[in-house]
Ligand binder design. Structure first.
Ligand code: COA
Length: 352
C-alpha cells in the first residue's frame, strides 16, 4: 500500500513584516501583551489589491519548481482559503489561470485553519481512485481586507501621524482578533508514493457546526436579503467575530485526542510520530498539545513568531520551511494537525 506524498513545497509571505510595535500605532496594544500570550512577534499583510490567489500563485510556483515537474503535469488543484478573492467563485481556478493551466479542475475547500488534514484526505482520495496523478494543494489567506483600520500608511510608519481617536477606538475594539492573523500562502505538489508503506496513511477528521459562530464572518452571508447591507458595514460585521477563549479550550482538548485516536487506528503510538506539524494559532495552544501528548519541543516546531496565524496556509508554510531546511527526512512519520472555523478539526498521518 502506498498513499499520496509530498514531492515539492513552496511558500510566500507578502510585503515587509509588521511588528507588534507597528500595530500599536493604530490600536491600543503592545508587544508585552501579544508576545507572551501568543508567541507572535510579527506578521505580513497582503498589499492593496493583492489577493489570496496572488499569494497562492507565488507559493505554487515555488512548489512546482521544487517538485521539478512541468506545471502541465498538474491534473487537479485543491485550494483552501477563508479569504478568497471573491465571495464566489473560490480562488482555486484563479490560481490555475495564473499558472496558465486553465481547464485543470480546481476544488475549493473551506476548512480554514484545519484545511491541510482535510485536503490531504481529499487528495489521497483523488489519487487512489485514479481521478488525478499530480495534485497542486494550496492554502492561501489574505486577511488584510478584514483588518479594522484604514490608516495603513501610519501602521507601516510611512506617515508620521496619530490616527484619529475614533479610528484607534475602532481598531482597539477588534484587537483580540486583529493581532493574531497574518497573510501568506503555502503549497505542495502531491503524487502517489513509490515506496511501499510510505505516503498518506489516514486522517481523523471532525466537524461540529454547533460552534460555527465561535469564529465566523457574520457580515455578507446569504442568511440575509440582500446578503450584504449597509447595516452590516455600520456594525463592522466585515470583521470576523471570535470567541478566543472558547476556541482555545476546544483546541487544547480536541487536538491531543484526535492525534491519539489516529495513531491508535494506525497501530502506532504518539512517540512514533517524528513531527507534529500543527496549525499555528497560538504557541500556548501547541505547548498544551505537546505536553498532553508528552512530546519533546523539537517534535512540535513553531514559526508563528514570524507569520502570526495565516489560517489555511500555516501548516503548508511550516512544512515548506522544514523540508527546505533539510529537517524533515524521507521515511519520517508526520502528523498534520489543525482546528479552525467550522468548527473543523483533524489530523492526518503521512510517512514522508
Ligand atoms: N492587546 C492588548 N490587550 C488586549 C488585546 C490586545 N491585542 N486583546 C485583548 N486584550 C485585552 C482585553 O481587552 C481584555 O482586557 P480586560 O480584561 O481589561 O477586559 C484582556 O486583554 C483579555 O482579553 P481576552 O480576549 O479574554 O484575551 P485572551 O486571554 O483570551 O487571549 C487570544 C486572546 C486571542 C490570544 C486567545 O484567546 C487565543 O489565542 N485564542 C485562540 C484563538 C484561535 O485559535 N483562533 C483561531 C482559530 S483558527
Amino acid at each position: 500500500m502506498t498513499g499520496v506524498t509530498i514531492i515539492g513545497t513552496g511558500s510566500y509571505a507578502p510585503g515587509r513584516p509588521v511588528t507588534n510595535h507597528d500595530l500599536a500605532r493604530v490600536m491600543d496594544t503592545s508587544d508585552e501583551w501579544i508576545r507572551p500570550r501568543t508567541g507572535i512577534h510579527q506578521r505580513h499583510y497582503a498589499g492593496e489589491g493583492e489577493t489570496a490567489s496572488d499569494l497562492g500563485f507565488r507559493a505554487a510556483e515555488r512548489a512546482i519548481e521544487a517538485a521539478g515537474i512541468d506545471r502541465g503535469e498538474i491534473d487537479a488543484i485543491l485550494c483552501s482559503s477563508m479569504t478568497s478573492d471573491y465571495k464566489f467563485p473560490g480562488s482555486g481556478g484563479l490560481i490555475g489561470a495564473k499558472l496558465g493551466i486553465q481547464g485543470v479542475p480546481a476544488f475549493d475547500l473551506q476548512q480554514q485553519c484545519a484545511s491541510m488534514p482535510f485536503s490531504m484526505q481529499v487528495a489521497n482520495g483523488l489519487i487512489s481512485t485514479g481521478a488525478a496523478k499530480t495534485i497542486l494543494m494550496v492554502g492561501a489567506d489574505a486577511h488584510a481586507g478584514f483588518m479594522p483600520w484604514k490608516d495603513w500608511d501610519v501602521l507601516y510608519g510611512e506617515r508620521d501621524a496619530e490616527v484619529s481617536p475614533e479610528a484607534r477606538a475602532q481598531a482597539t475594539k477588534h484587537r483580540g482578533l486583529a493581532v493574531i492573523f497574518g497573510d501568506g500562502a503555502g503549497a505542495m505538489v502531491l503524487r502517489k508514493s513509490e515506496v511501499e508503506g510510505h505516503g498518506f496513511l489516514g486522517a481523523q477528521l471532525h466537524t461540529d457546526g454547533d460552534y460555527a459562530e465561535d469564529i465566523a464572518l457574520l457580515g455578507g452571508g446569504f442568511r440575509s436579503r440582500p446578503f450584504l447591507t449597509k447595516e452590516m458595514i455600520d456594525e463592522e460585521l466585515y470583521v470576523p467575530r471570535m470567541a478566543g477563549r472558547s476556541l482555545f479550550k476546544h483546541a487544547v482538548k480536541k487536538l491531543p485526542k484526535v492525534v491519539r485516536e489516529l495513531c491508535a487506528r494506525h497501530e502506532c503510538t504518539t512517540e512514533d510520530v517524528d513531527w507534529v506539524i500543527a496549525h499555528q494559532a497560538n504557541d500556548r495552544i501547541n505547548f498544551a498539545v505537546r505536553d498532553a501528548l508528552k512530546l519533546p519541543p523539537e517534535k512540535v516546531p513553531s514559526n508563528i513568531a514570524r507569520y502570526g496565524n495565516t489560517s489555511s496556509a500555516t501548516i503548508a508554510i511550516l512544512l515548506d520551511e522544514l523540508i527546505r531546511g533539510g529537517k524533515i527526512e524521507r521515511g519520517q512519520l508526520l502528523c498534520l494537525l489543525g482546528l479552525g472555523a467550522g468548527l473543523h478539526w483533524g489530523a492526518a498521518l503521512m510517512r514522508y
